[in-house]
Design a binder for this molecule. Structure first.
Ligand code: AMP
Length: 113
């Protein structure tokens, strides 16, 4: 079982920002910006290019929840970056679909280095 499933099942603790029946938003344990949270669907999906049409509602809601998190964290006006890592070259560490929300400082114009 991956780390995020354990957090969802309360086998591991995390700092929860938002939770509803489909999603949990937690603070990243190794923040890469002053604000860094992870928007995680409770349904275990791991590979973005294998998402089916039946699962599109989850992807759509992931962005709605990201917007809710941005507002709750007070960064909706200053701006934020949403990142989805898929696979080794993207540096994906946890094989459970999630979005990173980064904010709280100018993030620069480069999205890859
Ligand atoms: P990714 O590289 O997209 O798979 O990102 C996974 C993220 O999960 C990394 O930024 C980690 O710092 C974060 N992470 C790993 N374990 C935990 C944890 N127990 N609680 C919160 N964030 C975590």
């Amino acid at each position: 079982m991956d780390i995020f499933c354990k957090i969802i099942n309360r086998e591991l603790s995390a700092e929860v920002v938002i939770e509803d029946k489909d999603f949990i938003v937690i603070k990243d344990i190794h923040p890469a910006a002053p604000v860094h949270v992870l928007i995680i669907p409770k349904k275990h999906l791991d590979i973005i290019h294998e998402i089916s049409h039946e699962e599109l509602d989850i992807l759509g809601k992931m962005f709605v929840v990201a917007g809710q998190a941005a507002k709750k964290l007070g960064v909706e006006k200053t701006g934020y970056r949403l990142i989805l890592n898929q696979g080794p070259n993207a540096g994906q560490l946890v094989p459970h679909l999630h979005l990173h929300l980064l904010a709280g400082k100018p993030l620069g114009s480069k999205i890859a280095s």
